[in-house]
Design a protein around this ligand. Structure first.
Ligand SMILES: Cc1cc2nc3c(=O)[nH]c(=O)nc-3n(C[C@H](O)[C@H](O)[C@H](O)COP(=O)(O)OP(=O)(O)OC[C@H]3O[C@@H](n4cnc5c(N)ncnc54)[C@H](O)[C@@H]3O)c2cc1C
Length: 301
């Protein structure tokens, strides 16, 4: 398990002392609170705190739209309406604070989502653990031949073994040198903030990440998508499960109107209408680029 004994003890202590509150709580989320869910070989994601629930989204919407929301009787219907019509601010009333342990190269993708608050483990102040992400054999894939940004078939045989050995040996060697450089036995010892620069991007880091539900769903739409890199997608998938237990109506609406939905260009809609009217629409007469036509085929087939 990726947690240290101290962290495990802290979680057990936090979970052993429930506190009474007048604030809205969600049983599904209370069950997750503080627990670490493993992701990749040493990573995890765990809920540190949350604010709000499905009702908080509706409460905010009813304040802002007043009588306009009266036609939607129940909370689920209102949330689905808000999601369908891109009303975003009611979803910002809910907040989630996570503790995430993740490889640095995943963190680099994750940090591009600027609408969150982050506090990261300091490798200037503390010594990084000897923990590196080494892909499972089935995830050790070759460069995709159709997608410059993706991966294809898993490597096999001697090549897979050699690559795995490189990853393990390079990580170990870099960490040995890191530890040796900062060690002060018989030498001054290089500052931690400098010694870390020889460490590879598969070393693990940790951070607290706090975000509102609107921006969290935006993150999940991009990172739980099949086009996202596997190593960040597995974090997004773990987070989707947490969100589903926290705000079930909002999560279902998100699945229906974002995750499972598609966006069509004006040309795509036009082609679809022509097809429904019985016209034979082809790549040649569709009025779209080759690539857009291919994407359209992906949507309708
Ligand atoms: C599959 C995939 C491939 C990618 N490939 C690359 C790549 O090759 N190279 C690369 O550099 N990035 C890449 N990215 C990162 C991507 O371009 C975004 O930076 C990242 O997904 C964060 O999205 P965001 O800016 O919408 O999110 P957030 O930063 O959370 O922002 C949310 C929304 O807030 C608004 N916003 C936030 N900050 C500002 C601002 N300063 N000004 C105006 N509006 C703002 C925007 O509307 C934005 O959509 C990739 C992402 C994905 C999912």
């Amino acid at each position: 398990m990726p947690l240290s004994p101290e962290q495990e003890a802290e979680i057990a202590e936090l979970r052993s002392a429930p506190q009474q509150t007048l604030r809205a709580t969600v049983p599904g989320m209370e069950a997750h609170l503080y627990k670490a869910y493993p992701v990749l070989d040493h990573g995890f994601v765990r809920v540190i705190d949350y604010m709000g629930d499905d009702a908080a989204i509706c409460q905010a919407a009813r304040v802002s739209y007043g009588r306009g929301t009266k036609s939607v009787q129940n909370d689920e219907g209102l949330i689905r309406y808000l999601m369908r019509h891109w009303h975003s601010t009611p979803f910002e009333m809910c907040e989630l604070k996570l503790h995430v342990k993740l490889p640095v190269f995943v963190a680099r993708q994750w940090i591009r989502h600027r609408t969150a608050n982050v506090n990261e483990y300091s490798a200037r102040y503390s010594i990084l653990d000897r923990e590196f992400y080494i892909p499972a054999p089935e995830n050790l894939a070759a460069q995709s031949v159709i997608n410059n940004q993706g991966r294809g078939e898993a490597l096999t045989g001697e090549e897979a073994a050699r690559v795995l050995e490189y990853l393990k040996a390079d990580s170990a060697r870099a960490y040995d040198h890191y530890a040796e450089m900062i060690s002060d036995e018989g030498q001054q010892g290089l500052a931690r903030e400098l010694a870390r620069m020889n460490l590879p991007a598969n070393i693990y880091t940790q951070w607290y990440w706090k975000v509102d539900l609107h921006n969290l769903l935006h993150f999940l739409r991009l990172r739980a998508d099949a086009h996202a890199q596997y190593e960040i997608r597995v974090y997004a998938e773990a987070m989707c499960k947490l969100v589903a237990d926290w705000v079930p109506f909002a999560y279902k609406a998100f699945e229906d109107y974002r995750l499972g939905a598609v966006t069509m260009s004006a040309q795509m809609v036009d082609c679809l209408k022509r097809m429904l009217a019985g016209e034979e629409v082809t790549e040649e007469n569709c009025g779209m680029s080759k690539r857009e036509w291919r994407e359209f085929q992906g949507v309708i087939s």
